[in-house]
Design a protein around this ligand. Structure first.
Ligand SMILES: NC(=O)c1ccc[n+]([C@@H]2O[C@H](COP(=O)([O-])OP(=O)(O)OC[C@H]3O[C@@H](n4cnc5c(N)ncnc54)[C@H](O)[C@@H]3O)[C@@H](O)[C@H]2O)c1
Ligand SMILES: [Zn+2]
Ligand SMILES: [Zn+2]
Length: 361
């Protein structure tokens, strides 16, 4: 029997979100229904509401979630009712050219549930990143459920489902940060501080956090930044060079999605260094760089989708590190809120008051 539950909908570009009744079908072959316990508010949810991702409104928002599998459809063998899972937006296909090359973290044909969740009048919903978890229950592809140790509480575990994983992975997987490296992170929200955490875990000895907000910089220090720069007061490129013997950093990570900060990251890195773009640009943005500088500085310009993570490999490992006290996930949870408070959480995010508001269901 299809179930009716409450979920957060973005109906039109820029309009405040609302809580509506959502119809969840029973899971079909390869699908699972998950009872959501917690879901973080990510900037990408706000990008959806602003029409910055696509215009397939109405969206069922929320995608950084953990919960319990309630039921599974035919042919599902990897998860079972009662399993504690983090939802991922990289259910790998095993058959695309990336998967066949043994690089499933780049899978080009990830899958989501086949059936649609709807409003009570039958309007089909577009779940954010194929998840839609500001909702009491959601329908996903079973491969989007990654089992982790249930000792980790849902409000922290869920954060690995998107932003924090994207940040940690931008440093470790995409940037290849290693022991003794110098790293600069531009933008210290949930994603940027994830990158700071990742750089610390990987053994970077210099971690420079850049933001325009002093509170964010203070939080970045708590995650392991060794230096902070408020780029509204001083030129971050000059300051980063000064902090690195005049050279620049080995890895510069842009976690905002602005052309200006991408350029800063580009010039803040050492010769043969790596720039990692993990912030998401809007469709109308352009970057202009001297072609000779792109050549002359060498190194690599990389983009990081979801921190190049492989959920089955990375989520259980990071949860284990958290439970051992070696990864600070608690520090990302600024507040827990109810499902009725997502619109207010967007405003708090815009005002820079939170790293993550987490909806607890
Ligand atoms: N690549 C991915 O897979 C992935 C995954 C999740 C989120 N993201 C993207 O990462 C970005 C960050 O997400 P978030 O949730 O951390 O957002 P956030 O709003 O919490 O953080 C952004 C930070 O950037 C700072 N900032 C803004 N303008 C700045 C400037 N000019 N210079 C320096 N700092 C500035 C803000 O003060 C804030 O601390 C977003 O674009 C989001 O869509 C990407
Ligand atoms: Zn694939
Ligand atoms: Zn996200």
């Amino acid at each position: 029997m299809p179930q009716e539950v409450r979920g957060v909908i973005a109906k039109a570009k820029g309009e405040p979100v609302s809580v509506e009744t959502i119809v969840i079908p029973d899971p079909g072959p390869g699908e699972a229904v998950v009872a959501i316990q917690a879901c973080g508010v990510c900037h990408t949810d706000l990008h959806y509401r602003e029409g910055g991702i696509n215009d397939e409104f109405p969206f069922l928002l929320g995608h950084e979630a953990a919960g319990l599998v309630e039921s599974v459809g035919d042919g599902v063998i990897d998860v079972a009712p009662g399993d504690y899972v983090i939802l991922n937006w990289r259910a790998v296909c095993g058959q695309c050219r990336a998967c066949l090359k043994g690089k499933p973290q780049y899978c080009f044909a990830t899958h989501n549930a086949q059936q649609k969740m709807t409003l009570t009048d039958g309007t089909e919903l577009s779940p954010a990143l194929g998840i839609g978890a500001f909702c009491e229950k959601t329908l996903v592809a079973a491969g989007q459920c990654t089992k982790v140790n249930p000792e980790a509480k849902p409000e922290v575990a869920g954060l690995l489902g998107c932003g924090v994983m994207a940040g940690i992975g931008a440093a470790i997987n995409t940037g290849g940060v290693g022991r003794g490296d110098s790293v600069a992170v531009f933008g210290c929200g949930g994603v940027g501080d994830g990158a700071v955490e990742g750089a610390r875990l990987a053994g970077a000895s210099t971690i420079i956090a850049v933001d325009i907000d002093d509170t964010k910089l203070e939080w970045a220090r708590q995650f392991g930044a060794t230096h902070t720069i408020n780029s509204s007061n001083e030129d971050p490129v000059e300051k980063i060079r000064e902090l690195t013997g005049g050279n620049g950093v080995d890895v510069a990570i842009e976690a905002i999605g602005l052309p200006k900060t991408y350029e800063q990251a580009f010039y803040a890195r050492d010769l043969a260094g790596t720039v990692v773009l993990v912030g998401v640009p809007n469709p109308d943005m352009k970057v202009e760089l001297p072609y000779l500088d792109i050549f002359g500085r060498g190194g690599a310009l990389k983009s990081s989708w979801y921190g190049d993570c492989l959920p089955s490999r990375d989520f259980p490992m990071l949860i284990d590190l958290y439970l051992q006290g070696r990864l600070n996930l608690d520090g990302f949870v600024s507040e827990t809120i109810s499902i009725d408070e997502v619109e207010e959480a967007f405003h708090k995010m815009e005002r820079g008051e939170v790293l993550r508001s987490v909806v607890v269901l």
